[in-house]
Design a protein around this ligand. Structure first.
Ligand SMILES: Cc1ncc(COP(=O)(O)O)c(C=O)c1O
Length: 411
């Protein structure tokens, strides 16, 4: 079957007339290989989606993370729909608020309490406010290249950001506890919180796992200097470990932010914290129109239960391991320098002998044209819906794409 994108392109032209950029943010076609990828989809099921031109894909974007159990998952969708029939946004909240908070405390290693919002950025901004309120200090330390959302202080946007928005943000390289210690010493008693991802997953760069002792050192520096350690587990949360990525890497943060994999695609995020942060959390006024909606909570409860029952993190790790081995072996057989960095469940693909992504883009383009949806600029995601047969098919498609890269670039 030849993949064409006539409907996608026509729809994008319509979109561009009424929507700035046609499709905005990280869903914009510029993040793929424009012209060789679908712009709009018509339906999704399991680990597959079908675009508006009828092309079928094995999906490794997983909606940038929310899809962990498979699209249109019967159990999760039924839990959402059943609750929606009982009302969505109500005042007072439904009993599911308590059920879900109890579940979060039971599941998460570092949680004595939990609160809920909609997006990852909501939970992170809430955490930063709590750190400042708790310590009565201004400064927050972030890592170079880390993504925490489009809030002005997070530094991702360039439009409409004032110097004042970033005035209390300090930067440190991810993974270097000594560099973090130097930032802390240069700003003695002025740092409220350190906001880090559990491992480094920047865009346009290979990922980095923490070196042995890194998180122990970070925890110690935070404790010695009364700094609140906040973990942004929005992207990795529960794909590595149902107890949270901090548990996976063996440390305890003071606050942890979750979002993407909580409810298999229904909009909900969570901030959890330890007892010492409880009082400041009780004093803070944070809210949003839909933050207490009950159907998302029903979906989250079903999703967490299902992830525990099937050990979704272990499946993602196992499938990701098969994919990593298969791709690296096939690339090596073609004489190509190719590596998948980061955890098996959340891999980033790159050709180690280039920095301009030309090989990666060609590789992803040829995979897309054969029904495998890969990314070149951003990490990808495995889900519990990817089967061994899907991985095998993916490796066979990748083999053909590697041959094309070899033919064009030679190495
Ligand atoms: C690590 C990380 N933090 C925060 C965010 C922001 O989450 P949201 O887009 O739901 O606000 C993202 C989103 O991709 C993320 O990957």
């Amino acid at each position: 079957m030849t993949y064409t994108f006539t409907q996608s392109k026509a729809l994008f032209q319509r979109a561009a007339k009424v929507i700035p950029q046609g499709i905005y943010g990280h869903f914009n076609p510029a993040t793929t290989v424009p012209g060789f990828y679908p712009y709009f989809i018509s339906r999704a099921k399991g680990c597959r989606f079908w675009d508006v031109d009828g092309n079928e894909y094995i999906d490794y974007a997983c909606a940038y993370g929310p899809m962990i159990l498979g699209y249109a998952h019967d159990r999760i969708d039924e839990a959402f729909a059943r609750q929606a029939r009982n009302g969505t946004a109500t005042m007072p909240p439904s009993t599911l608020l308590v059920d879900l908070a109890e579940k979060m405390v039971e599941v998460n290693d570092c949680a004595d309490w939990a609160v809920f919002a909609k997006n990852g950025a909501d939970a992170i901004s809430w955490a930063v406010a709590l750190a400042r309120g708790y310590r009565k200090r201004d400064k927050i330390v972030l890592a170079h290249g880390a993504y925490h959302g489009t809030q002005p202080w997070a530094g991702t946007n360039h439009i409409g950001v004032l110097p004042a928005d970033r005035a209390d943000v300090l930067m440190a390289p991810w993974g270097d506890a000594n560099a973090f210690r130097r930032v802390v010493e240069e700003n003695k008693n002025r740092i409220a919180g350190a906001l880090f991802t559990p491992y480094h997953h920047p865009v346009f760069e290979p990922q980095a796992l923490p070196a042995p002792g890194f998180w122990r050192d970070m925890r110690r520096i935070c404790d010695e200097n009364d700094i609140v350690l906040i973990i942004d587990d929005v992207r990795a949360g529960w794909r590595l470990d149902i107890k949270g990525s901090a548990h996976y890497f063996g440390f305890r943060p003071d606050l942890a932010c979750y979002c993407k994999a909580i409810a298999n695609g229904y909009p909900i995020s969570a901030l959890v914290g330890t007892d010492r942060m409880r009082m400041v959390a009780a004093k803070a006024f944070q809210t949003g129109s839909y933050w207490n909606n009950s159907p998302e909570m029903a979906a989250a409860l079903a999703c967490i239960d299902e992830m525990q029952k099937i050990d979704a993190a272990a499946i993602c790790d196992s499938r990701g391991g098969e994919l990593r081995r298969g791709l690296e072996e096939r690339a090596a057989a073609h004489g190509l320098s190719f590596r998948m960095s980061g955890p098996n469940a959340i891999p980033f693909l790159h050709f180690t002998n280039e920095s301009n992504f030309k090989r990666a883009q060609l590789f992803c383009r040829e995979c897309s044209l054969r029904g495998v949806y890969f990314f070149w600029h951003h990490n990808m995601f495995l889900s519990a819906a990817h089967t061994e047969a899907d991985i095998q098919k993916t490796i066979d498609v990748a083999d053909q794409a590697f041959q094309i890269v070899k033919d064009q670039f030679g190495e």
